[in-house]
Design a protein around this ligand. Structure first.
Ligand SMILES: Nc1ncnc2c1ncn2[C@@H]1O[C@H](COP(=O)(O)OP(=O)(O)OP(=O)(O)O)[C@@H](O)[C@H]1O
Ligand SMILES: Nc1ccn([C@H]2C[C@H](O)[C@@H](COP(=O)(O)O)O2)c(=O)n1
Length: 228
């Protein structure tokens, strides 16, 4: 089983996908972490992020270690643990430059598909990002577009950060400007064919996880229903 969870920043994709994977005993892939790890590597190498060719070369060269354990997030880039570093506001501010580089996308999509294939013998995987249902795993058994209104997303992100860690302007940049940039290369604002939209604005995290687990059970049973 492949469950695809797409949506804008702060809609709850990572927390929800981790919760669903844990409950259903599936692997979990955070594709945003891969774009973040490439950003980290490009900055470590002092690359000009506007130089698309040089950055794409870095994306092809960097060795990424991407854990698919929903209860143990662990990411490495060229052997260095970047699990915490990739969440730094410095990375959040720059990652769209990497994510809108089409050659970087080509490389990471290919790596994401390999990780998804590797997970199939273990029962399946919950994959979250922006283009999972539309590009990376168009054959996913369940496709979810997870949304929440902008104020809710801003409030959720603010609550995560230490008091004073970012200004109101930086917070808006992390959510609103980043979504606008990312939307130029991925379609995650309108549900694609076959995708279910879940608006989490007034739902708790547990409620969203409940809904997706129920939909996953239905999706799993659907082929059997048709056969019987
Ligand atoms: N339904 C919900 N209700 C309230 N808070 C939530 C809900 N879902 C997630 N959250 C909280 O919102 C914050 C953002 O969630 P999360 O990081 O999962 O979003 P995201 O969509 O993966 O964001 P990004 O794409 O920017 O990484 C987290 O602190 C999370 O605990
Ligand atoms: N499949 C994906 C996943 C992520 N991105 C972009 C969007 C963000 O700017 C960045 C980091 O994602 P986050 O960790 O905030 O979910 O990567 C993308 O374009 N496609």
């Amino acid at each position: 089983m492949i469950i695809a969870v797409d949506g804008p920043s702060g809609s709850g994709k990572s927390s929800t996908a981790r919760g669903v994977a844990t409950r259903l005993g599936l692997r979990y892939l955070d594709t945003g972490a891969m774009y973040r790890a490439v950003t980290w590597s490009a900055l470590e190498h002092n690359l000009d992020l506007d130089d698309t060719e040089v950055v794409a070369e870095r994306a092809r060269a960097v060795e990424l270690g991407i854990s698919t354990d929903a209860q143990h997030a662990h990411f490495t880039a060229d052997g260095i643990d970047v699990t915490e570093a990739i969440r730094d506001p410095r990375i959040s501010a720059s990652v769209s430059k990497i994510a809108t580089n089409l050659d970087v996308r080509k490389e990471l999509i290919s790596r994401q598909r390999a990780i998804i294939d590797d997970a199939q013998p273990t029962g399946g995987i919950v994959v979250e990002g922006r283009d999972i249902a539309t590009v990376v795993a168009t054959d996913a058994e369940l496709k979810v577009l997870l949304t929440a209104d902008t104020d809710a997303r801003l409030a959720r992100r603010k609550a995560e950060l230490a008091e004073g860690a970012v200004t109101a302007e930086q917070l808006r940049d992390q959510i609103v400007r980043r979504d606008a940039d990312d939307a130029t290369v991925s379609q995650f604002q309108v549900a694609s064919d076959g995708a279910v939209t879940i608006d989490s604005t007034h739902l708790s995290l547990e409620e969203v996880i409940d809904v997706i687990c129920r939909l996953a059970k239905e999706a799993e049973a659907a082929p059997r229903d048709r056969e019987s």
